[in-house]
Design a protein around this ligand. Structure first.
Ligand SMILES: [Zn+2]
Length: 302
């Protein structure tokens, strides 16, 4: 009887609830990584769904309320989240202002690509890769610096959790490293394969696994191609022997199919974020799925 009572008390005792940090992230990928480090000591919600247009994220009142009561806002940074300006203006909480005590910008500590891209005047609501390419979470090795920043942010808010966070992270990195070694092995047969991408989301992934991104279908991130640029692209793809045209589930399929048909490449859909496909349930499975789709397509020949 006493034992049963103790169990009930134990079950009802997230008086440890005080120790559970509420975290809001801007993407499902960051949510997955915060959960990997925070474990049971965090509850995490993503503001954006897995698949979305960078310009069209509508944040609900429920999500805003969640942010107001959160300890941390974890984001990709650079110009990846143009919609966040509106969220910040609405919530009006100095903790989440850029550089504020609750603001966690994971782009710090990342070796960024394309920082030489001329800074295009950042218009309202633009996601133009103006400060370097923001799709850095698509190199799985970048999860190491990203989770380091997450660990530090969580431990700052919850110092007694530091050891647990560090242990969780070490366990995650062990699985990550083993997976990266395996994916690299699998992809080795296709090193140097030439691809074209619809949106320029894949330079980090390509560098990690030895793919060569010959061109992008969008002339500038977020800008649809003109008929003239499509014609030039098709010629370039034929000349370069491009075998794959990479699209994402959310956009560009009809244009991509036309380009593929006239260039002789095949279209392949890769998933840019955790939850963007039922099989991409967490950060490791996201790469598991993409590596499998790529190797199947590349092994299939032209
Ligand atoms: Zn982008």
């Amino acid at each position: 009887m006493l034992r049963a009572l103790a169990l009930v008390l134990l079950a009802a005792a997230p008086a440890r609830g005080n120790d559970v940090l509420a975290v809001v992230t801007t993407s499902t990928d960051l949510k997955a990584l915060v959960e990997a480090v925070g474990g049971e000591r965090v509850t995490v919600a993503s503001l954006a769904p897995a698949l979305h247009e960078p310009h069209a994220v509508d944040v609900t009142p429920g999500q805003l309320a969640r942010l107001k009561s959160a300890a941390l806002l974890v984001r990709v940074g650079l110009d990846h989240e143009p919609w966040l300006a509106r969220v910040r203006a609405t919530v009006h909480d100095p903790r989440f202002a850029p550089g504020g005590p609750g603001d966690v910008d994971l782009s710090r500590g990342i070796d960024l690509l394309q920082i030489e891209t001329p800074k295009i005047k950042s218009e309202q609501g633009a996601h133009v890769h103006g400060f370097g390419n923001p799709h850095y979470w698509l190199d799985p090795a970048n999860a190491r610096p990203m989770t380091r920043t997450i660990l530090e942010a969580l431990a700052r808010r919850s110092p007694d959790g530091r050891e647990i966070f560090a242990r969780n992270r070490a366990r995650f990195l062990e699985r990550l490293d083993a997976s990266i070694a395996r994916w690299t092995d699998i992809m080795a047969a296709h090193r140097g394969a030439r691809v074209v991408v619809y949106h320029d989301s894949w330079p980090y992934f390509a560098r990690r696994f030895g793919l060569v991104v010959v061109a992008t279908v969008e002339p500038v991130p977020g800008v649809p191609p003109s008929p003239a640029s499509l014609a030039a692209l098709t010629t370039r793809m034929k000349d370069a022997g491009v075998r794959l045209l990479i699209v994402e589930p959310s956009a560009g399929h009809s244009i991509a199919s036309r380009v593929a048909a006239s260039s002789g490449a095949r279209v392949i859909t890769l998933v840019p974020s955790v939850g963007g496909d039922p099989e991409a349930r967490d950060y490791l499975q996201l790469f598991e799925l993409n590596v499998r789709r790529l190797t199947e397509a590349l092994a299939g020949g032209r």
